[in-house]
Design a protein around this ligand. Structure first.
Ligand SMILES: [Zn+2]
Length: 132
């Protein structure tokens, strides 16, 4: 999955603004012969307002799906920030990652800025890509 630099910068800004709490959203985009390309970050409210957990606001999730459909975009990934821990899924992240068709991206602000994305199947990481 390709995440253009301007979108990575948007994710960093969003994560920094909401730190110390986690922030979250969807990465929307298109599938091309060269792979999936992210074209949009869709912010969603973290209704947990927590530094260690996140839950999408259901109304935002619904609006995101509607928005994606109207622009013929796919939900390529679910993303959230880890303000104070590394860019890898927590036990809870693994447990809650129930869609093996999308990627799970984690932007970490811990010891520099890092962005990795994962495919997760049955609670285990089966693929990892490093984006930053
Ligand atoms: Zn997490």
């Amino acid at each position: 999955m390709i995440i253009p630099e301007n979108i990575i910068n948007e994710l960093i800004n969003q994560a920094q603004q909401e730190a110390p709490n986690e922030t979250c959203g969807y990465l929307l985009g298109i599938t091309t012969p060269d792979g999936d390309i992210v074209t949009e970050n869709y912010w969603m409210e973290n209704i947990d307002h927590s530094p260690e957990h996140f839950s999408f606001a259901p109304k935002d999730q619904f609006a995101a799906l509607k928005h994606a459909r109207s622009k013929s975009l796919k939900i390529l990934a679910n993303w959230h920030s880890h303000p104070a821990s590394p860019s890898r899924p927590s036990q809870e992240d693994l447990r809650l990652a129930n869609d093996p068709t999308i990627r799970y991206a984690i932007l970490s602000l811990h010891e520099g800025v890092h962005l990795n994305s994962f495919k997760i199947l049955n609670g285990e990481v089966v693929d990892k890509e490093v984006h930053l």
